[in-house]
Design a protein around this ligand. Sequence first.
Ligand SMILES: NC(=O)c1ccc[n+]([C@@H]2O[C@H](COP(=O)([O-])OP(=O)(O)OC[C@H]3O[C@@H](n4cnc5c(N)ncnc54)[C@H](O)[C@@H]3O)[C@@H](O)[C@H]2O)c1
Length: 342
Amino acid sequence: MHYLVTGHTGFKGAWLTLLLERAGHEVSGLALDPVQGTLFTAIGAESFSNKDLRIDINEASAVASAVKVLNPDFVFHIAAQPLVRLSYAEPRKTYETNAIGTLSVLEAMAATPSVKAGIVVTTDKVYKNVGQSHGYVEGDALGGHDPYSASKAMADILTSSWISSFGGPRTAIARAGNVIGGGDVSADRLFPDLMRSFSAGTPAQLRNPLAVRPWQHVLDCLNGYVMLAESIMATLEQGADAGAWNFGPDSEAFRTVGEAADLAAAAWGPGASWEVDSSSHPHEAHMLTLDATKAKTELGWHDRLSFEDSVRWTVDWHKRVEAGESALNVTLAQIEAFEALA
Ligand SMILES: NC(=O)c1ccc[n+]([C@@H]2O[C@H](COP(=O)([O-])OP(=O)(O)OC[C@H]3O[C@@H](n4cnc5c(N)ncnc54)[C@H](O)[C@@H]3O)[C@@H](O)[C@H]2O)c1
């Protein structure tokens, strides 16, 4: 199979590219330049990806031409502006990239006969947040307070509308929770902030230690995306609408930011600490939860890593790379260990 991954230079995209290549697939990528220090540059991915295109998904005609030339069987649309706090600083760019950029990719998929199916990645933040402690299910109402959440809800609704109106390749929507793992260097995300502070020996600043998030290791999330891809490729005759799918952890992993930070600090060892940043910040949801029963029952998917292991694997990745081990070797070792849990 030939997979096109949009956002392959980002955190999830680089892990997914490695997973698909290891499984023997052809993979091409379409994204902006990688942020320095992210997994993509740490593992030297530029040198082994021979179809690595740098294209802005807001440039619809460039995306259409690129997808035609690449001629993939399947498209994982992962590229996005994924940060809540940046979305307050750059709302227009966030709405455009996440909503209209998704439209560019859907149009390109529809115009390229080789494309049989695809997955549009959104998030747990697409649900209208009513503060419930049990997980949101796929049929719950969508909403979005901050520009990021609203822009991803827009992408989600746009994708459903596109499929209902125009059909096209079989397409699913995948909604995941807070994903953690090695090689994420994003600003204003808990684990990258913790790793930077622990490494520098300074207390990490936590904005909302009591906020609850559904934590999940990136390999569990991506395993869900891959199982969904295989499932929809096996059911092409069922038409364009492959539905929406939650990929979140069991409720044991709905933990506060403070609990996650405590566990990470313990895993890091001496010198790792955090404190509350009590300055004022833009609104972020207090409680985010997700119910993945549909993926468990219909795809047979489940998390292989507990909350504790997910945190330990993330800290371990960063400590080993900081100690001088090759990021590629550490990443491949974690993929092998994950595969051994199957
Ligand atoms: N990381 C999480 O916890 C999490 C949780 C839920 C959903 N998501 C979703 O998963 C996806 C990937 O997130 P991530 O954490 O890997 O983010 P990331 O910031 O590490 O990667 C984003 C990728 O999108 C690309 N991109 C951004 N703007 C683009 C543009 N205009 N044109 C082309 N490419 C562009 C970047 O180059 C990069 O490759 C996003 O859709 C995000 O909304 C992430």
